[in-house]
Design a protein around this ligand. Structure first.
Ligand code: SF4
Length: 343
């Protein structure tokens, strides 16, 4: 357990781990921001972060806040005046980077977040450590100097609803930094491997870095940063949390890789099924297999499965390895819908 407090309507710091993502267009594209946030929330997202590049972005938060229900985090670099404006327009939390935050308005900023009770993420990134690297040659120590200095500023003015992050794009360094930060600070940690890459490499690298920390609950909020559609971040995070035993009430989808025995379009069907499962919050296992030769046996642990029957576009539906009949694609999907509803 870390220091517990609310960010908007979400409690952070207890044993739960909150899912976070970030807008991928300019925040002033309000309609897109609202649509994206609401869809990701339906998939299970807990908090959404938006970059505040200019005044237009900060002011846009008001319209976004009117149409979404999860907490909104304003990501501020360089100009704390934008943080003042973001707070005025409803931001539930502010992320600042000690490496590029000017100290001239810092005390005024801290007084305001204290008055409005707005939690802060002190987010240190490897790319903005220069001013601390003049004080130490040790790269890790530079992260802790940055955090300590900023934490002291907040604490000295009587406010410490703080979330900390120590972002790096290196898997081993991320693990090392977070285990040390977890032992050193009483504050909840926001975990992520920054700039992890496209889906395949990004998920692999993020998983290696994050899984041990997630499993031991050394973080309170996570983002899996991918150069991909944001729904892929949320999908990957849900798999991580399910496999780490943190959120058991999520579905598992098994899909065979297909081979020459396949007479149906397994990948197309599996994509359709994945889209359905994105909005299911039940501990259910679904299998989509290419053929009945191995498919039903290999999917016998599945609560429900569809396997190519060997005839073009006809599927065998099965439950726990037992066939329940032959169906065309649309009827097979209707059967799955009913099963998920009743499960
Ligand atoms: S389930 Fe059938 S189609 Fe899929 S990989 Fe196995 S043998 Fe091939």
């Amino acid at each position: 357990m870390k220091k517990c407090f609310y960010i908007g309507n979400k409690l952070i710091g207890d044993s739960s781990i909150l899912l976070q993502s970030m807008g991928d267009r300019k925040t002033s594209d309000v309609n897109y921001a609202i649509k994206l946030t609401n869809n990701l929330e339906k998939m299970g997202l807990d908090m959404m972060r938006f970059s505040i590049l200019d005044k237009e972005d900060a002011i846009s938060l008001k319209k976004i806040k009117e149409k979404v229900s999860i907490p909104i985090i304003a990501d501020i670099h360089f100009d704390l005046k934008l943080a003042f404006l973001a707070i005025e327009n409803g931001a539930d939390k502010i992320r600042i980077n000690p490496g590029n935050t000017s100290t001239s308005l810092l005390n005024e900023f801290i007084a305001l977040v204290k008055e409005k009770d707005i939690p802060i993420r002190i987010g240190v990134n490897s790319g903005s450590l220069n001013k601390y690297l003049t004080k130490t040659a040790d790269f890790e120590e530079a992260y802790f100097l940055a955090l300590d200095e900023m934490i002291d500023s907040f604490k000295s003015l009587g406010f410490d609803k703080l979330v900390l992050s120590l972002k790096n794009s290196d898997v081993k360094k991320t693990y090392s930094l977070y285990t040390k930060a977890y032992a050193r600070y009483p504050y909840p940690l926001h975990l992520g491997l920054t700039e992890s890459g496209f889906s395949t490499s990004g998920v692999i690298r993020s998983t290696i870095a994050m899984y041990p920390l997630i499993k031991d609950r050394m973080c309170s909020t996570i983002r899996l940063s991918l150069a991909d559609e944001r729904k892929e971040e949320v999908r990957a995070l849900k798999v991580l949390l399910k496999e780490a035993g943190i959120r058991p009430n999520l579905p598992t989808l098994i899909v065979c890789p297909t081979c020459g025995r396949t007479q149906v379009d397994v990948k197309e069907l599996a994509r359709v099924v994945q889209n359905k499962l994105d909005y299911v919050f039940k501990d259910v296992k679904i299998a989509i297999m290419g053929c009945p030769v191995n498919g039903i046996g290999e999917g016998k642990d599945a609560d429900f499965g569809l396997a190519g029957s060997g005839k073009k576009d006809i599927y065998v539906a099965f439950k726990k390895g037992k066939s329940i009949g032959l169906y065309n694609r649309d009827d097979a999907l209707s059967l799955l819908d009913q099963f998920l509803k009743d499960f």
